[in-house]
Design a protein around this ligand. Sequence first.
Ligand code: NAD
Ligand code: DAU
Length: 332
Amino acid sequence: MRLLVTGGAGFIGANFVHSTVAEHPEDTVTVLDSLTYAGSAEALAPLGDAATLVVGDITDAPLVDELVAGADAVVHFAAETHVDNSLADPSAFVTSNLVGTFTVLEAVRRRGVRLHHVSTDEVYGDLPLEDPTVRFTADTPYNPSSPYAATKAGSDLLVRAWVRSYGVAATLSNCSNNFGPYQHVEKFIPRQITNLLTGRRAKLYGTGANVRDWIHVADHNTAVRAILAGGRVGQTYLIGADCQRSNLDVLRTLLGIMGRDPDDFDHVSDRAGHDLRYAIDPTALRDELGWAPVHTDFAAALAATVHWYRDNEAWWAPLKDAVEAGYAKRGQ
Ligand code: NAD
Ligand code: DAU
């Protein structure tokens, strides 16, 4: 298969490209990525010429059309992804997530190419903390809270409309919180790991009672691959690994792994409109496509992630000071 991977120099996309090259040598991989602050050519460098990086924007219609014309399938990861950034300035989110997805859709429509659209559980809004058995399903109404979530919700709706009205052969997936190698240091887990590795203190928003449903990035990507291979056109698949944890719990697990006292962190200003809880019911995906996560020991997967950041300081160190300066300005 000739795959076009948008956002393939970002966290999940780069992991997808690595696993595709390793496990599907029969595929050819072209990455389209504009290398925003979140994109990293270095993340793809270990692959040499096993994947081709085209530096360009998903809103550039002629470029997208040309690349889509040479592909059998598009896996669309490219997006602005950080909630705090969307609260500070939503404009890039509207452009990349909405106009960018529209541009990709028009190209796959013209060229008759298969699309998989990668989205997030944040489109569903949040759940109350009290009852962890209540989880998102594909029937949960959209109710996004942040500008990020709203633009992802809008992009999902564009995909659904292009399937219905134009017969575009697209599938969608909405996944929970990922962690693992190559995640930008602005995000919760890598921020805390690299804070501790650089002599800073860990930072917890509010009380830390908010719950996220964690999945290792490799498991997210095996699900994406399974949907690409066997998913039904027009279908939305929810991806999750049954791993709800409060932020405080995650932080304390991390502090333990890194040999610190469980109270060795700072409480900082909470996020505006902070979603309380996300939780995915992945039963439909498991039953229909036989997918299952393999990184199910959360503490072990977290410890492996800590090792990766220890071993790959050259990758993240150049990003760290600027990210922390931005957080400091916002009191976080
Ligand atoms: P990321 O921020 O690490 O990477 C995004 C990539 O997209 C970067 O390489 C960036 O340069 C590129 N990009 C952004 N705007 C672009 C544009 N206009 N043109 C071309 N490239 C552009 O994000 P991530 O965490 O890897 O997320 C990838 C996708 O998965 C996103 O669509 C996100 O909504 C979704 N998702 C993420 C998570 C998570 O926990 N990280 C969970 C569920 C879904
Ligand atoms: O649920 C999927 C989503 O997960 C993806 O769609 C997003 O792209 C991805 O960024 C992530 O969104 P979150 O907002 O849940 O992730 P983030 O890593 O920013 O924060 C996770 C939780 O940790 C959240 O409740 C806020 C909190 N937090 C975050 C940071 C950066 C802290 O307590 N301290 C921090 O320093």
